[in-house]
Design a protein. Structure first.
Length: 115
């Protein structure tokens, strides 16, 4: 289970990022407001549908939304071969409580962007 290491971005020009090739059940650490984006590139020949799941996520009541079931994880949706998706982690923070795992993503290349 490789851990996805955050690449810290600053205002100082370009940045070399750390890429991690996922192998099935992969982890990362989320800190609200710091680890901002998870970038997933599908380097395989077929579509993949990863799920991001924090083992501490439970149903949660959100004002103006109502009850949101988060225990089964956040389904990223299908990522076709060669496609890159970026997930704003602050927007799915309710799913990122406890130990976080990404399943169903074997072969995806991940970049965790922090500021």
């Amino acid at each position: 289970m490789p851990a996805i290491t955050a690449s810290v971005f600053s205002d100082n020009g370009n940045k070399t990022v750390t890429e991690t090739t996922l192998n099935g059940t992969d982890s990362f650490v989320y800190t609200q407001g710091v680890t901002k984006y998870l970038i997933l590139r599908n380097a395989t020949a077929g579509a993949l549908s990863p799920i991001i799941d924090g083992n501490g996520a439970v149903s949660e009541f959100l004002p103006c939304v109502g009850s949101v079931a988060t225990a089964s994880g956040y389904a990223v949706g299908s990522i076709a071969a060669g496609v890159v998706k970026t997930i704003n982690l602050d927007s799915i923070r309710s799913y990122l409580k406890g130990d976080i795992a990404i399943t169903g993503g074997t072969g995806l290349v991940a970049i965790l962007a922090a500021v």
